[in-house]
Design a protein around this ligand. Structure first.
Ligand code: LLP
Length: 428
């Protein structure tokens, strides 16, 4: 019998859907559904692919935790030599718990609280990506109180034109909330360089997510390089890093993924000319194709001439289809003889709760499993408890073995933070 590849790490082998060497049906039966299943080999391959692509220049790959932050995934990446990019105190906590050394951590984000900045300084992170003059001034004050010098990189809004598939995931265009407006960067850099308790160690940008064209990277990198040259002219010579963010796209459907060879040709020479160390913050590129969500069909129904498949996963487990109109390939665990055009919907009480609309799918019956592909990035991490639903389990497959790496939430977990007998306080 043949083998047909669904996506990296997932294939139908002799009629059985597998992640690496493990049957997805077995995982569904033993762990229950909905369940996220990750392929360790895919994560390793993708990391190594990117690391190789960047090898002509001194570089660091800082995996972006927000894409998927399970401890087992983080340990796997740590063992490969990755650093991480975190954007909250919670992510910093996760990274440290997963064993990342402080100087393998960079801390970013548009709205860091003083508490989070203090935590980053106390941990001794490699650098903080600051997004405004006001933030740099707070960092300087916090560092002074601690008697230390903070390492700060400035996040520049490169103001380039982008091709990302959804407005919500564009960040590096003029007028976005992220970064320092391009024409203010020199001023903020001079202020930063003049502070006693801050070292200006880098320039940073992040263009957006699910990008396939290389030109915006070339343009953005050239813009950072020209700021670097201008700063040198003005006697600011403390910079060590050029961080060009994340954003490299993956294939969900028929998209052309970014051409890495072209990336190396168009972007790396500009970086090499600066003599700075390159940082990238990939999320989706590393983990996007590395997981599938297995869900069970609960009901079939027809309404208003439409065929519905009601599954036990929906927007609470995978928000991307309803939030961004994102496409995720869906296949039945067992191939059927006939297909039908259906809406695959979840159990949540919202008409916007769907995994796919007007999708041609095997004509499956209740009890059958569906496999939703390429959900590794921004999948589990965006799950919610709406409708008091329990967040699903996560499983990591490595070769012929698998392990549950996040338990399914329990009903008690849902009530854990609730105070059944509140203590009333005077309000005036
Ligand atoms: N660096 C920064 C500063 C970021 O804001 C992001 C993602 C990344 C790196 C990683 O980007 P990536 O390599 O994964 O494209 N929830 C959306 C995506 C939001 C991306 C947010 N920032 C989605 O499901 O498509």
């Amino acid at each position: 019998m043949g083998q047909s590849v669904l996506t990296t790490g997932f294939a139908r082998v002799g009629g059985v859907l597998q992640c690496e060497g493990v049957s997805l049906e077995r995982i569904a039966r033993e762990v229950g559904t909905p369940v996220y299943v990750y392929s360790a080999a895919t994560i390793r391959d993708r990391y190594e692919l990117l690391d190789r692509m960047l090898s002509p220049v001194p570089h660091r790959v800082h995996y972006t935790l927000k894409a998927s932050s399970n401890a087992a995934v983080l340990k796997l990446l740590r063992d490969l030599g990755a650093g991480v990019d975190v954007v909250s105190g919670g992510e910093l906590h996760r990274a440290l718990r997963a064993g990342f050394a402080p100087d393998d951590i960079i801390f970013g984000g548009v709205g860091k609280t003083e508490r989070e900045l203090a935590e980053a300084l106390d941990a001794g992170v490699l650098l903080i990506n600051a997004e405004s003059e006001a933030e740099v001034l707070i960092i300087d004050r916090l560092a002074r109180h601690r008697g230390i010098t903070a390492r700060v990189s400035l996040r520049v809004n490169p103001e380039v034109t982008l091709d990302s598939p959804h407005e919500y995931i564009k960040t590096g265009g003029k007028g976005h909330k992220f970064g320092i407006p391009y024409d203010e960067v020199i001023h903020v850099a001079e202020v930063t360089a003049g502070l006693a308790n801050v070292d200006l160690v880098g320039l940073d940008m992040h263009l957006g997510s699910q990008l396939s064209r290389i030109d915006p990277y070339r343009e953005g990198t050239e813009r950072l390089a020209s700021i670097f040259a201008e700063l040198q002219k003005r006697g600011i010579d403390t910079l060590e890093y050029l961080d060009i963010g994340g954003g490299l796209g993956v294939r969900y459907d028929t998209e052309e993924p970014p051409d890495l060879r072209r990336f190396a040709e168009l972007v790396l020479p500009t970086v090499a000319d600066t003599g700075l160390q390159l940082i990238m913050e990939p999320g989706r590129f590393i983990i996007g194709n590395a997981a599938a969500l297995v869900t069970q069909v609960l009901y079939r129904k027809r309404s208003g001439g439409k065929d519905y498949v009601v599954a036990d996963a929906g927007m609470t487990e995978l928000l991307r289809p309803s939030h961004y109109g994102a496409y995720h390939k869906i296949v039945a665990m067992h191939e059927g003889a006939e297909t039908k055009t259906v809406d695959v919907v979840g159990p949540v009480c919202e008409s916007g709760d769907f995994l796919a609309l007007d999708r041609e799918l095997d004509d499956i019956q209740p009890g059958e499993y569906l496999v939703v592909c390429d959900v590794g990035a921004y999948g589990y991490v965006m799950a919610s408890n709406y409708n008091s639903r329990q967040r699903p389990a996560e499983v990591l497959v490595d070769g012929d073995r698998y392990a549950v790496v996040t338990a399914r939430e329990t009903y008690d977990d849902l009530l854990r933070l609730e105070i059944a007998q509140p203590e009333w306080r005077e309000g005036n």
